[in-house]
Design a binder for this molecule. Sequence first.
Ligand code: ADP
Length: 789
Amino acid sequence: MQVLGRLFNCINALLGLNTLKSLLRFWGFMLVLLPCITLMLIFTYYELQNTKRESAENLEQMITMQQDTIDKWFHERAAVIRDMANWPVLKAETEDIESIDARIRQFLQSQDEFSAVIYVNKAGVTVAAPFATAGIDISDRPYYQKAAQGQEYISDVLTARGAADGQPVVVFSAPVFDEHRQFKGLMLGAVKLATIDKIMKQFQFGRTGETYLINQQGLMITESRFIGQLVKNGVAKDNARLSFPINGETLQVVSQGKTGTAAYTNYRGQEVIGAYRQLINRDWIIIGEVEKGEILESFYRQISIMLICFLVLMLATLPLTMVLEKRLATPIRRLIAGADAMRAGDYSYRVEQSLIDVSVSEIKTLCNVFNYMAENIRTKTETLNDANQALTVARDAALAASVAKSQFLANMSHEIRTPLNAILGMGELLGETPLTPEQEKYVRVSRSAGENLLNLINDILDLSKIELGHPTLNKSEFDLFIAVEETCQIILLQAQQKGIALHWHIKPETPSRLVGDPVRLQQVLINLLANAVKFTEAGEVTLEVSQRSQPEADFVELLFVVRDTGIGIPQDKLGPIFERFTQVDASDTRKYGGTGLGLAIAKRLVELMEGRIWVESMLGVGSTFYFTVIVGQGNETTEAAHLSCTGFITCQQPMPEAIRQEPLNILLVEDSADNQLLIEAYLKKTPYKLDIADNGQIAVEKFMARQYDLVFMDMQMPVLDGYQATRTIRNWEQEQGRTRTPIIALTAYALQEDGIKTRDSGCDAHLTKPIKKRVLLDAIAHFARRNLM
Ligand code: ADP
């Protein structure tokens, strides 16, 4: 079965039959063709054998009959001579030759078969020989010798001695006995061979059949039916018998046995089927043969008729296979077209009913199932589309609600921070005035509560923003060293206040120019550093940055390690520490403030940057927070970047006196009178000269009229807001070919994207309200130093 299958596949591959149509046509045709050819071959073989056998049998019958006739002929002629030998005139003591002669003469005249009859005397001399020569001694001839022994004799074919026409004859002899049964002589009778020809010619088998006699030497005794033609063609010299030998092949065939049938090439060079038989008591062989062509004529006729029938059948197969193909292949083609339509999203396609009706039952079922399925899919798709539409509407509504919520959060943040700025700032200023110890305590409590409130607002805003908006990274090229330094600067004040050293170290070979989201990175660092400072009472906090593995293609994996010598975290609390609202000390009397959100935010941001965060800690010894991020590689060109990685940089150093004493011109753009007052108070005891603009418009005008070293820009203002004002200033600087004056956004907008937005408009940094005096002074020092350097 497998072999058949393989053969089927091979044939199909060889002939390129790969469609149902071609397969059906070819194999449909072959299914008719193969049995027909097989049947025809079998029939042809048996018919051929049959025809040959039948003709051989016919021939055999025929020559058997002829042999009988010839044997009878010999018998009769021998009897005639025997009768003569018994003539009383021969038996008389004294021979009356004349009477004998007259008697013979009379006999000869009454028939025409015997060409001569001769009486030979005891001495072997012809004595009565009418129409022949008398007185010839024939005592040397076998017929005389046989007669002398008292036996009859029939000779082979002889050319009669003394016979005028020289025609071949067969000589019959019989002994003559006297009354005392003594040998007295013999009677000879020469019978013309032409007599046998008559018998032979009785048999004429069709156009090409003949029988003939050959003698032991292979010479043809009887006259060929085709002798005239043979002489004409120069094959035979003349029609003389015995001079015409039959060919070797015939002789070979007939010498194989006394009787039989065979196919051979005869003396005329024709392919024949022949039968042969030796005559009784004689060496002669009778052959009957017919040309093969004639025998096979009827066979060829039958084969031709069969071939015609076969062709007609083949032609009839063609429409049949076409009908079959139509019944099978057309519905399948429609099914394929339907499947294609479905793939293209068109579910309206159906196989036509007319096709299904004429199909075979399996295909009919397939088509019906297809149509049913297509209808099902169509209705289900419609239902799904409706549901999708409803979902889209619901999602849009949810998105709108989310946007509204974000907007609400941003507004609330702004609204809460603006008064908080004044409260905290004024509290800070109040703390600098001479106070009684009790007043100092109240101020401290008030400021700490304010700061806690601020942290709480920051964390809640961040987390809700992350959870709401599925945050995405805002990637840009940045300088790692600057980002780290800026971050440490922010934490530095808190560290200084607690008397803790803050170190940061970026290991050599760490690339400085990177592509990533510096704001998100800083957010994580601030969280960890702030915690480290918060939970450390004495000692130091260090930040270490290194490249984790060799850069792959354009990416670098960085490892950040924040280590402190603080209170540490118990082992059982290490696991859930990155979950929301988790704090080690959750008691009512806990010492450290906080929301328990910082690490949860840090974890999400690290994961967003394709990294991991983990912690190692020992209670009472300290904690180490690790996190990795994957960032892109930027163009490593900045010289300053390389300078920064030359070892530990401590932030405990006091600010250079030169910068502190620099009488910088600072422009404060701020619409709130409270905040104007606060900043003025912050800068009161410094050498900095403060100029104030109430809105963006005034700020632009002032900036163009005077030279400033630094600008603090509020963002939300009447007339012209901070974004537009910054953009106008940056454009003007470019047109005038001036160097960039540092512009620091000072705003109550605290969300991450607010920072991005202010940087986009051209600001160099983003400080959020409420602003502390220290942060403000540090920022002035930082940017002034950069400007001076
Ligand atoms: P918060 O600090 O606002 O409470 P976090 O998510 O930042 O929230 O921290 C969760 C808790 O993990 C903290 O309350 C504290 O108990 C513990 N923790 C975080 N960082 C440290 C640290 N460096 N040393 C000791 N404990 C820490």
